[in-house]
Design a binder for this molecule. Sequence first.
Ligand code: HEC
Ligand code: HEC
Length: 432
Amino acid sequence: MRRFPAQFQEKCVAVFRPELRRNKGLERFRVSVRNALGIALVLLLAAVVAGCGRPQFSEAEKRTIASLALSALPPLKSDTTNHYADDPGAAALGATLFFDFSLSRNGTVACSTCHQIGQQFQDGLPQGMGVGRTNRRTQSLAGVAYSPWLFWDGRRDSLWAQALVPLENPLEQAGNRAAYARYVKARFGERYERIFGSLPDFSNVPTNASPLGSATEQAAWNGMNDAQRDGINRVFANIGKALAAFQRSINPKEARFDRFAVAIAAGTEPKDDAVLSPEEIQGLKLFIGKANCSTCHNGPLFTDHAFHNTGVPPVADLPPDRGRVDAIAQVDADPFNCLGPYRDGGPEACGELKFMVRDKPELIRAYKTPSLRAVAGRPPYMHAGQFGSLGEVVAHYAKAPSSVEGISEVHPLQLSEREREALVAFLMTLSP
Ligand code: HEC
Ligand code: HEC
C-alpha cells in the first residue's frame, strides 16, 4: 500500500517521459497486478458504502413491511346493519350533525368539540372535555370505520350505535333522545325524510325523555307508550346512522413510512423523503422484530382491533377502570347492538357480537390496540393520557411493569437507550 502512490506517480510520469517506459516485462506485470488489486479494492469499498445506505431486509421482513403499508388497506366493507352507511345524503346530514352544538344539553358541545378536524379528530387532552370531564382520552377517528368494536373498551359494536353514547352521556353532550328527535324533525325534517322516510308525530311526546337521563327524564320515558318510545328510538338510531355514514369518510393520510414500504415491496430504491435514516430503519427492525410491537400493532392501520392488558397504570383521580371486562355486559345490554331491533339487514352480520370472548381473565384492564398512524402528532398517549411522549411510551414497554389488576401481556425488553430512541424515530415516520 505504501508504494501505491509512488507507482501511481511513476505511471503518470511515464506518460510524459517516454524514456521511462522502458520497464522490463516483469515489472510491467507487477504494476498491472497491483493496479488491478487497487481497483478491485476501490470497487469493493464503493459497494460497501452503497450497501450501507440501502436497507437490507430479509424476505420475511419485506413481507411484514409491505403488510403495514397504507396501500395494503382493503376497501371499506359495506355495513349491512346500516342501510345508509354509504348514502351520500346521510353522510352529508351526518357531517352537519357532527359539528352541530345544538346536539347537547346546553348548546355548547358537538362531536367536533372533542374530535377536532385539524387535530386528527381528537383534542390533545389526557381526558376529553364536554359538559364535564370524561374519564378517558378522546380517540382519533382516522380509519375508525374499520374497527369492529368502538371505544377503548369496545362497549359498542357499531359506529352508529357508538354515536348515540356521547349524545346522552352527562359528561359529554348530556342531552336526551326525545329532545334530539324533536330537534332533528324541527331543524332538518325534510332532509331527514328524504333519506330515512317519514318522521313520527311527536305532538304527544314529552320535550325531554330518555331511559338514561335524569329521574324526571326517565319518568317521562316510562310514561310513554311502546310505539312512542320506538318512534323516538328509531329517529335516534338514524341520527347515529347518519353520523356513522359521515365518519366512514375519515381516513388516515399517507405517511413517509408508506412511501418507503411501497418501494421496499416493489424492490425499488426509496426516493426523496421516503428514504429512511439508519436510525429509523433500526427502529423499524425492532418494531417488527425484537420489540414485538407488531404482534398487536399490525396491518395497514397498525392495530389488530383486539383488546390487551399492557400494564398501563390507572390515573389516581379517575374512577376505577377495568377496561374490556366491564364492557361485555354493556354491549350485550345495548338495545342498539347488532342483535337489537334497530339493525338493518339480517342477523348474519352479528358474528362479532355473538362470538365475542365473554369471560376470560385477559379482559381485565384490557383496552383496544390503538392505530399508530400519525401517532407522533397526538400526545398524550393511552386510554387516559397516561404518558406525555413517545419516549415515555417506549420506556413503559421496555420496563413492562405488572398490571395493577389482571395480567399484562407485555414482557420487559432489553433495549439500549439508542434502541429506544430508534423506536421513537421509527414511530415518527408514521406521520405524513
Ligand atoms: C366530550 C368529548 C367528546 C365528545 C363530545 C364526543 N366524543 Fe367521541 N370520544 C371521546 C372519548 C373520550 C372517547 C373514548 C371514550 C371511551 O373509551 O370510553 C371517544 C370515542 C369515540 C369513538 C370510538 C373510536 C374508536 O376507535 O373506538 C367514536 C367513533 C367517537 N368517539 C365518535 C363521536 C361522535 C360521533 C360524537 C358526537 C355524537 C362524539 N364522539 C362526541 C370524546 C368525545
Ligand atoms: C400486547 C399487545 C401490544 C404490544 C405487544 C404493543 N402494544 Fe402498543 N398498545 C397496545 C394497547 C392495548 C395500547 C393501549 C393501552 C392503553 O391505553 O391502556 C397500546 C398503546 C400504544 C401507544 C399509544 C397510542 C395512543 O394513541 O395512545 C403507542 C405509541 C404504542 N402502543 C406503541 C407500541 C410500541 C412501540 C410497541 C413495541 C415496543 C408496542 N406498542 C407493543 C397493545 C400493544
